[in-house]
Design a protein around this ligand. Structure first.
Ligand SMILES: NC(=O)c1ccc[n+]([C@@H]2O[C@H](COP(=O)([O-])OP(=O)(O)OC[C@H]3O[C@@H](n4cnc5c(N)ncnc54)[C@H](OP(=O)(O)O)[C@@H]3O)[C@@H](O)[C@H]2O)c1
Length: 218
């Protein structure tokens, strides 16, 4: 499949790499077509499977789009990607609306009665937004077996059940078992997964490592 990865940070790199390793073609998108990290990504994986361009170029390329951009800028990123390049596509939203403008700890720019994922869905109604993978460090997103034998959870939120099924298929390709994938319900449930971030940051500070995840037991 042709997949757009919007974002040149560590999440875009990790997800883009795993997608290529699992047989997809990836175009990495950035504000500029000549972003250095995107160029390094293409050099690492080769031009047959990897390419780089602007957010608009990548969105046009992708049949499915990952949003791996700075959460509080994601609406601007998607505006620059262009509505026509997004229409009717699945957007897997990995972003978190963290605002570091007042230092540490960051605050959530949107929370309680709204979420980043819902803001994106409202701004781009023709997109099928599915929130996932935002509750863990990117190393674990693409290699769940690296901790606890893969026995921990990844959440999915979204309004379109077929889109969620396709996203679950991509997660399976990343190494997640069916049992580990928890469908929380519609996109409103992304409020909860985004609001896990203050807790995630506190645990990371305590453990001095991002190599942990949430596991639901009952
Ligand atoms: N790091 C993790 O392990 C982790 C885990 C879970 C969720 N997340 C979430 O995943 C997303 C990506 O995280 P990250 O650490 O990989 O990278 P990041 O530094 O949060 O974001 C990098 C991307 O955001 C774009 N960006 C930054 N400022 C911008 C602006 N003013 N206008 C437009 N675009 C802008 C950059 O564009 P350019 O390419 O043009 O520079 C780049 O593509 C974030 O929302 C983060 O909260 C991260």
């Amino acid at each position: 499949m042709k997949i757009a990865v919007l974002g040149t940070g560590m999440v875009g790199e990790a997800i883009g790499t795993k997608l290529i390793e699992t047989g997809h073609s990836v175009m990495m998108g950035s504000r500029t077509a000549n972003n250095e990290k995107a160029a390094a990504f293409v050099a690492k994986h080769g031009k047959d499977k990897a390419s780089a361009g602007t957010f608009a170029g990548a969105a046009a390329f992708g049949e499915i789009i990952f949003n791996c951009t700075k959460g509080i800028e994601s609406i601007n990123v998607l505006k620059s990607a262009g509505e026509k390049n997004l229409s009717n596509k699945i957007l897997i939203d990995v972003s978190n609306p963290l605002d570091f403008s007042n230092g540490m700890p960051p605050t959530l720019a949107v929370c309680n009665s709204d979420s980043m994922a819902e803001e994106i869905q409202r701004a781009f109604p023709a997109l099928k937004v599915v929130k996932s993978l935002n509750t863990m460090w990117c190393g674990i997103m693409v290699n769940p077996a690296m901790i606890n034998g893969g026995d921990h959870n990844v959440f999915i939120s979204g309004n379109d059940s077929d889109a969620k099924k396709q996203v679950a298929g991509i997660l399976t390709g990343f190494g997640w078992t069916d049992k580990a994938i928890i469908d929380l319900g519609d996109l409103k449930t992304a409020r909860g997964s985004e609001m896990l971030l203050p807790m995630w940051l506190s645990i990371m500070g305590t453990k001095n490592s991002g190599a942990f995840n949430f596991k639901v037991v009952s």
